[in-house]
Write a protein that binds this ligand. Structure first.
Ligand code: ADP
Ligand code: SF4
Length: 686
């Protein structure tokens, strides 16, 4: 297939100072939860992006000195780091992309628990993460910082990087100096705008002086803090700064505010949401501009270029969900793009301290460890057939990847609609993009002659025994409990069978609600919040009761805690923290404080417990119980995957489906634990 000529503009080479990017696809710096702990995992991930067609591939934030160190990030402190990053550069260059490095100094951001160096800042204030305060920088400290930055830039050049960043976004040190609030200095680095901008100007000049002969100097800048108190606005000092150093950098990489606002989940920001803030930049500078906006549509991308908003299509999450996004557009098959759904599980995993995981892309983070490639998979181990039961994320992914391997696959789904939980959840407020998990897979499955899909086909064990498939994969999912059992209570609350107790599954099926409603959250992620929103949208009085101390407490990692709680409050939903449901009777709910046990009763016509889920495991257990019948039926292997094995994230279900398909026939880098292989079966090559 050839590419649509409308998209030609995306494949034009663009000069960035002394180097030239082969196209306009730019993987901006983003965290991975790997850094210095998992260098090979990280470098292979970046290589895959280059192979997938990105014109520029960058590191994550890369510490220049031990006095600024976050968790699991890159460092550029010494020649060992140069060697580690030179490997990344070599891998990126192998596929014709430019390699960029984002030099980072955190300032107020971190307490340096590993190195135990005192964090430095423009003045002494509490650090964001951890106890204690920064040490106010003296002029000598500022001189040292500039030297560290210059030396790190020289190391970056030795590692072979093409683009070296000065980084004044996401609230890190140079941005702290610029802020009239975060910088309370009274010397030539504080006070007036020119003084507060001094450090940025010096870093830009000194980086150019150090490496500008061979490397482009990029400047990553948050043009608006979205917080009047912090003082930088895109129509105020944010613009003033762009005007001040307009053509100093070779490239502007622009975004907004702190990381929380820059990478909002899809519930709170759609594609190209930053355009109103960043579009002025190209009018001020003659240098190329890259910006982000969770771009997955090539039509939106060409709009950004043709309307003069951006020169490069920046992407972090879209490159995680589909490292081959540029290649798919180039090859004339944009409909094959695995579009990011904006769930932020990638960011959540990084914040939790492990390598990034992606809901849409089960191979992300597994490129080196398991040797998984996002677009390649081994052909089938034998000409055999597989029955996959259940077409949720796990079953759909299993069927798709088995189909790619060339197996004969039958996918049976009880309902008319495919997609399982993502179909149900995508109808809830703000979650429409969840349907992309289904749509991407169903689109690909439709092209596969070796995969048959049967809807309205609820299977029982007798049917499965009767079919004669060699391999049976059970992906029957899970359902939410209504009895309130979960993290905080192993026993159901009294009255849970009463009329008026409505489970999330009932809500998915369109159950009517009567106010006042109480949504009881012991799950702590997004589900209780979106159900509360739905009830409020229907005009009811709503209270969200949570056993945690805030709404959506698990959402800190995915950057949705703050906006979730803000939205609840804006919608007029009452929030009651630190309580659990102890009893319900029609018209009233009794709540107990999780600290004191003290009870209170309040009016409640509808109670929705969002606590935990029960695996739909009956079919698997019925099959697994009878090994002799499995053998008689010619079933060589039986396995359960996804939520029916253990309810979890959508990302975990997709991963389980993918892993099942990869490992069928014994290709496992790490063997699956839960596969029953029938001994004495005729197929010996399992
Ligand atoms: P997961 O996240 O593990 O993929 P889901 O709950 O999203 O799980 O999807 C499970 C799917 O399995 C649902 O669409 C459900 O209708 C289907 N299903 C459950 N039991 C059966 C069965 N016995 N036969 C066919 N499909 C089933
Ligand atoms: Fe997008 Fe979610 Fe994947 Fe992150 S985890 S890249 S937000 S689909």
């Amino acid at each position: 297939m050839t590419r649509d000529p409308r998209y030609d503009v995306l494949f034009e080479p663009v000069a960035i100072g002394p180097v030239t990017a082969r196209n306009r696809f730019y993987q901006v710096p983003h965290c991975t939860g790997m850094g210095y702990d998992y260098p090979r995992t990280l470098n292979r991930l970046r290589e895959i992006n280059a192979e997938g067609g990105w014109g520029v591939v960058c590191t994550e934030f890369c510490s220049i000195h031990p006095s600024a160190l976050s968790n699991r990030q890159c460092t550029l402190w010494d020649e060992d780091d140069v060697a580690m990053l030179a490997d990344m550069v070599e891998r990126v260059h192998r596929h014709g992309a430019l390699a960029g490095v984002q030099l980072w100094y955190g300032g107020y951001s971190n307490y340096n628990t590993l190195t135990r160096e005192l964090p430095l800042g423009p003045h002494s204030v509490p650090v964001w993460h951890g106890p204690g305060q920064t040490q106010a920088m003296t002029r000598a400290d500022i001189r040292r910082l500039r030297r560290w930055h210059r030396e790190a830039a020289l190391r970056a050049k030795r590692a072979g990087f093409d683009i070296v960043y000065v980084y004044a976004a996401h609230g890190y040190l140079p941005a702290q100096f610029l802020s009239p609030i975060l910088n309370q200095r009274t010397d030539e680095y504080g006070g007036s705008f020119e003084n507060r901008a001094r450090l940025i100007r010096e870093l830009l000049e000194e980086t150019r002086d150090a490496v500008g002969d061979a490397c482009a100097v990029a400047f990553r800048f948050a043009v608006d803090n979205l917080d009047a108190a912090l003082g930088i606005a895109h129509d105020g000092e944010g613009r003033d700064l762009v005007e001040l150093v307009a053509d100093e950098p070779d490239l502007w990489d622009v975004n907004i505010a702190n990381f929380q606002s820059d990478a909002l989940p899809s519930r709170f920001a759609g594609e190209a949401a930053q355009e109103p803030y960043v579009r002025f930049v190209k009018r001020v500078t003659t240098r190329p501009v890259v910006g982000v906006g969770r771009f997955t549509s090539p039509d939106t991308m060409i709009g950004q270029i043709n309307r003069g908003v951006l020169d490069f299509i920046g992407a972090a999450r879209p490159s995680i969900a589909d490292p081959f996004l540029p290649r798919k557009i180039e090859e004339g098959r944009p409909e094959d793009i695995r579009e990011c759904i904006g769930c932020n599980i990638c960011i959540w995993s990084n914040h939790k301290g492990f390598p990034l995981r992606c809901t849409q892309n089960p191979t992300r983070g597994e490129e080196w460890r398991r040797g998984w490639h996002p677009e390649e998979i081994a052909t089938r181990h034998a000409d055999e057939s597989v029955l996959v039961v259940g077409a949720g994320p796990a079953g759909l992914e299993a069927a798709l990847s088995l189909g790619r391997r060339g197996y004969r696959v039958v996918l049976a789904e009880a309902l008319t609609e495919l997609g399982g939980r993502v179909t149900r959840e995508s109808a809830l407020p703000g979650l429409s993009e969840w349907a992309r998990v289904r749509d991407h897979r169903v689109h690909a499955l439709r092209q596969m002659p070796n995969v048959e899909i049967y809807r309205d086909s609820r299977l029982d064990a007798e049917q499965v025994f009767g079919f004669g498939f060699a391999h049976v994969c059970i992906a029957t999912g899970s359902r939410w409990r209504r009895d309130g059992t979960g993290r905080s209570s192993a026993a159901p609350f009294s009255g849970w069978r009463s009329e008026g107790v409505v489970g999330p599954e009932d809500i998915f099926r369109g159950a009517g609600l009567e106010g006042p409603c109480v949504i009881f959250d012991d799950d702590h992620f997004y589900m209780a919040c979106v159900i509360a929103e739905k009830a409020r949208e229907a005009g009811h009085e709503v209270t969200l009761v949570t056993t945690a101390n805030e709404a959506a407490s698990e959402g800190h990692g995915s950057l949705e805690q703050h906006p979730s709680q803000a939205r609840l409050l804006e919608l007029g939903i009452e929030l009651l923290c630190g309580h659990r449901v102890s009893a319900f009777e029609p018209g009233a709910v009794t709540l107990a404080c999780v600290y004191t046990g003290r009870e209170r009763t309040r009016p409640c016509k509808t109670l929705v417990p969002v606590t935990s889920r029960e695996p739909e495991e009956a079919l698997y257990l019925a099959l697994a119980a009878d090994e002799s019948r499995l053998r008689e039926a010619g079933i060589v292997s039986l396995e359960r995957i996804g939520d029916c094995a253990a309810p979890g994230l959508i990302a975990a279900a997709v991963f389980a489906g993918h892993r099942y398909a990869r490992e069928l026939g014994g290709n496992a880098a790490v063997p699956a634990r839960d596969r029953i292989v029938i001994s004495g079966a005729s197929r010996e090559d399992l």
